[in-house]
Design a protein around this ligand. Structure first.
Ligand SMILES: CC(C)(COP(=O)(O)OP(=O)(O)OC[C@H]1O[C@@H](n2cnc3c(N)ncnc32)[C@H](O)[C@@H]1OP(=O)(O)O)[C@@H](O)C(=O)NCCC(=O)NCCS
Length: 167
C-alpha cells in the first residue's frame, strides 16, 4: 500500500482540497454533471478553505489523509453525532492511486477513530452507481439499511451502516 494514513494537519489544507477536487473530477460521467460542477466550484471557494481549516483544527472531527511521497492521495473525513452515531462525510482516493489498498486502509482507520470516540454505529450515504465504494463498504461490514430514491440532484442514495457493537 505504501501510503501513510494519518490525521490531517493545517499544512495539508491545500493538498486535501486539491485531492478532493481530483476525486470529484473522476466522477464526471458517473454522477450528474451539475453536482460535480457545483462541488468543485465550492471546493475552490474561500468558504471551503475556511471550512476545511476549521475541520482540520477541530480534534473532535476525524479528518484523515493518505500521504504518499509528500502528496495527499486520499481522504476520509467525518464526525461523531450526539448519541453515538458516526458519519462518514467523504472518502476518496485519487484515480492513479486506486486499487492498492489505500481506500480500505483509510476506512479501517476511520472506523477505529470513530470507535475510540464512542460511536456504536457508523453511517454514510452513497450511490449504487459508485460501484467501487459500495464494494468497499460491503467488504468492511457495512449493510444497507435505507434507500433514498431520487434524492439531491436526483441521485438515488443508499444509507449504509456499520454496527460496532450492540447496545
Ligand atoms: C471507493 C474508493 C475510495 C476505493 O479506494 P481504493 O483505494 O481503490 O480502495 P482499495 O484499493 O482498498 O480497494 C479497491 C479494490 O482494489 C483491490 N486491491 C487492494 N489492494 C490491491 C493490490 N495491492 N493489488 C490489486 N488490487 C488491490 C481491493 O481488493 C478492492 O477490490 P474490489 O473492488 O474488487 O473489492 C475509490 O474507488 C474512490 O475514490 N472512488 C471515487 C470516490 C467515491 O466513490 N467515494 C465514495 C463516495 S460515497
Amino acid at each position: 500500500m505504501n501510503a501513510n494514513i494519518r490525521r490531517a494537519n493545517i499544512r495539508d489544507l491545500n493538498g486535501a482540497i486539491e485531492c478532493e477536487v481530483s476525486i470529484l473530477k473522476s466522477l464526471y460521467g458517473i454522477l450528474p454533471q451539475i453536482y460535480v460542477d457545483e462541488s468543485i466550484s465550492y471546493l475552490k471557494s474561500l468558504a471551503a478553505k475556511r471550512d476545511f481549516e476549521s475541520k482540520i483544527l477541530d480534534s473532535s472531527y476525524v479528518f484523515l489523509v493518505a500521504e504518499k511521497a509528500g502528496e495527499i492521495v486520499g481522504i476520509a473525513r467525518g464526525f461523531l453525532e450526539k448519541g453515538g452515531v458516526g458519519w462518514l462525510s467523504f472518502i476518496g482516493v485519487k484515480p492513479s492511486h486506486r486499487k492498492k489498498g489505500i481506500g480500505t486502509a483509510l476506512l479501517r482507520r476511520f472506523i477505529d477513530e470513530l470507535s475510540s470516540l464512542g460511536a456504536h454505529k457508523i453511517s454514510l450515504y452513497t450511490s449504487p452507481v459508485l460501484i467501487d465504494a459500495v464494494k468497499l463498504y460491503a467488504r468492511l461490514g457495512f449493510i444497507p439499511e435505507g434507500f433514498l430514491r431520487k434524492h439531491f440532484y436526483g441521485i438515488d442514495l443508499i444509507h449504509y451502516s456499520l454496527f460496532l457493537y450492540s447496545q
